[in-house]
Ligand binder design. Structure first.
Ligand code: HEM
Length: 251
């Protein structure tokens, strides 16, 4: 089933009978498949709640204002070469002792973690990260990496001189989300449900002139950070990292 209406998406994402499609539990220890079986993102019920609490506690120790300033300063220092900046800043804030090449390991590990597909590159990258940090910090880095960089990339495509960075990011999240869909399994029927976030964020019942890119809308009830039982726990952190990079780049 494909969901394209905002109200229906909110209902599914708030209903515990819809769960993330289960992941395999028999991956060899230390592999991306094994990591997927350990994390909040792919678990359900009490296990999900407990794992999520641990992440929220870790996130509560991070100040989005500091992340923003560090991302701005690092982007400027690097002369605008911003790739890897959000992950380096987040890693440092989480106390992960990153070397120069380790944001590449986050990118490689994230590919295997998010897709579940095996590759020698992802296996080596997950092993490397496990030598540097615990599972909660790794989860935050892997969840955040690609979505935050994609948000920055898309916001830059939409940027106009003099734009307010926060307004630009909010409208980019609504109209051109870095994450296009999220999936659930209906535990009653076994059917898979795909929530089309692009369509829901352009639902004419909720957003006036939905196809118009308009940063002046300010905050909108877009679903790009999810909703209900398991929304993104880090929207403030993601926005701070992206805003800091944009401030380091835009005149
Ligand atoms: C623009 C950037 C980001 C977007 C659009 C985004 C979006 C999302 C969405 C939609 C979900 C829920 C997925 C679902 O429906 O099952 C999610 C989950 C999650 N996100 Fe983000 N995210 C972003 C950045 C980040 C960052 C920077 C972090 C870490 C600091 C992070 C950490 C997480 C975690 C840990 C989860 C799993 C939550 C759980 O298991 O309950 N995200 N994110």
């Amino acid at each position: 089933m494909l969901i394209t209406r905002h109200a229906e998406a909110e209902a599914v994402l708030s209903d515990p009978r819809y769960v993330p499609p289960p992941v395999r539990q028999d991956g060899a220890e230390g592999t991306p498949a094994w990591l997927r079986a350990q994390v909040s993102r792919f678990s359900t019920g009490e296990e999900h709640a407990a794992r999520r609490r641990e992440l929220v506690e870790l996130l509560n120790g991070l100040d989005p204002g500091d992340l923003r300033e560090q991302a701005r300063a690092m982007t400027a220092e690097r002369g605008g070469d911003w790739r890897g900046v959000p992950t380096t800043v987040l890693g440092a804030a989480l106390g992960v002792a990153f070397g120069v090449a380790d944001t590449g390991a986050v990118a490689d590990a994230a590919a295997g973690y998010l897709s579940g597909e095996q590759s020698p590159g992802a296996d080596a990258a997950v092993a490397k990260l496990l030598s540097l940090a615990g599972i909660p910090a790794i989860t935050l880095l892997l969840q955040g990496h690609a979505a935050t960089e994609a948000l920055i990339e898309t916001a830059l495509e939409h940027a106009e001189p003099g734009d307010d960075v926060d307004a630009l990011l909010h409208e980019t999240l609504r109209q051109d989300p870095p994450l296009k869909a999220t999936r659930r399994l209906d535990t009653r029927t076994g059917d898979e449900v795909t929530i089309d976030l692009v369509a829901c964020n352009r639902d004419p019942d909720v957003f006036a002139e939905p196809l118009r890119f308009d940063p002046a809308r300010g905050r909108t009830p877009h679903l790009t950070f999810g909703h209900g039982i398991r929304p993104c726990p880090a929207p403030a952190h993601a926005l701070a990292l992206a805003a800091g990079v944009l401030e380091g780049l835009l005149p």
